[in-house]
Ligand binder design. Structure first.
Ligand SMILES: Cc1ncc(COP(=O)(O)O)c(C=O)c1O
Length: 399
């Protein structure tokens, strides 16, 4: 009897959804579980030990983004940071105006917070993007009015990886004395963001996208920006974010931010090579595959492809059976039959949007593993196209 094809190792290509914990982060967290279990707000030595670790983490995050430690607030993750920035800054500044500007391709934690503000009487302008996912800068300029109090545009998109012209947006906001917030959850591991130099007013980060633990993040708030408290209760985080400190997670956040910066150059280089190799191989064996997002100005580890005539979720399941983990659009959109709001905003039709798969690589992938992924892709896409009711109507190669 022929031997079964047993997969030796699973291949994880969903680093955009979350990343594995780095060893260095794990070790520091573990030590802190044993050595600093006190409540960081307690006055005794146990509390002070925990508090010291939190302040070290704060300094590390501040250094990573060129902020001051007293501008760093720990949260439960990117979602909370984004909710807090949008709701907290808008509500605190409503005496100055009621207009917010964001983009059509933001993460749901921004878009849903904006919808909430609309219910409260704020007016929100959603700036469109072009086919490559770049915001329409001219529309942004046009949208600004004397009532605009906040602009929130993400640094890099989680689904298609497109990087936004952050410096230009920050300068525009500064010129109009408007607070600029950016969701840098996906970008921080790939881009150097100097908040002080760029004049960014607020910025969201999440640890689990940069090899840190889940459930912890940061909201950077520039000194002088008015923001309402998000959680009511104790005096933690200068009374703006109540709740007993999750010391161990915060330790992990600090170490992950430090590592993201120290390894950034090397990681970006590795990921760019992986991406180039993967795209070349895909291009060699398949046609009618489209690269979504900006061809060059994009996150190094992100490849979002539309496979014409294929249902994305079926392809995801077939790859999963072959031991390969990918995602359709964002993790939050997976499991639902809806086409990605990002791809639709980029002008893609619904069928093509539903045929899209996001591959987000890690630095440890080998060429042999990439070859295996491409071969599984080729076989799966061929099978799915053979039974597809959708006619392949475009002929385009991978860029
Ligand atoms: C761009 C972006 N913003 C915000 C979030 C939410 O972060 P968290 O998972 O830490 O709540 C994510 C996570 O998918 C993201 O990709």
């Amino acid at each position: 009897m022929a031997e079964k094809n047993v997969i030796q190792k699973k291949i994880y290509l969903d680093h955009g959804a979350t990343t594995p914990l780095a060893n260095e982060v794990y070790r520091e967290m573990l030590d802190s579980y044993q050595e600093a279990y006190g409540n960081a707000s307690s006055l005794h030595s146990f509390g002070r030990d925990a508090s010291r670790l939190i302040e070290t983490a704060r300094e590390r995050v501040a250094k990573a983004i060129h902020a001051k430690p007293n501008e760093i607030y720990f949260t439960s993750g990117g979602t909370e940071s984004n909710n807090w920035a949008i709701l907290g800054i808008a509500r605190a500044n409503k005496n100055k105006g009621n207009h917010i500007i964001t983009s059509t391709i933001e993460h749901p934690s921004i878009l849903e917070a904006c919808k909430q503000l609309e219910k409260e009487g704020f007016v929100v302008t959603y700036i469109p993007v072009d086919q490559e996912g770049v915001i329409d800068y001219a529309e942004l300029v046009k949208a600004i009015s004397s009532k605009t109090i906040l602009i929130s545009i993400m640094a890099a998109n989680n689904e298609v990886g497109t990087i936004q012209p952050l410096r230009a947006i920050a300068e525009l906001a500064k010129a109009h004395k408007i607070c600029f917030h950016t969701d840098a959850v996906q970008a921080i591991g790939a881009l150097e963001i100097d908040v002080a130099n760029m004049g960014i007013g607020a910025m969201s980060i999440s640890a689990h996208k940069i090899n840190g633990p889940k459930g912890v993040g940061v909201l950077y708030v520039k000194k002088g920006i008015e923001i309402q408290s998000f959680m009511l209760g104790g005096e933690q985080e200068k009374g703006l974010r109540a709740g007993t400190y999750n010391t161990q997670a915060i330790v992990g956040m600090g170490k992950a931010a430090e590592l993201a910066v120290s390894k950034r150059e090397e990681n970006v280089k590795t990921l760019k090579n992986v991406k180039r190799y993967f795209l070349r191989k895909v291009n060699e064996v398949m046609s009618n595959v489209i690269l979504n997002g900006h061809p060059t100005n994009r996150l190094p580890g992100n490849v979002n492809l539309s496979f014409e005539g294929v249902e994305g979720e079926s392809l995801l399941m077939m790859l999963d059976m072959a031991g390969i983990a990918v995602s359709t659009g964002s993790a939050c959109a997976s499991g639902s039959a809806k086409a990605s709001h990002v791809l639709l905003a980029m002008g893609m039709d619904e069928d093509l949007a539903k045929s899209s798969i996001r591959f987000t690589f890690g630095t440890d992938i080998t060429p042999t593993e990439v070859d295996y992924v491409v071969e599984q892709l080729r076989v799966s896409v061929k099978k799915l196209r053979a039974i597809s009711p959708i006619r392949i109507y475009k002929v385009k190669g991978v860029q």
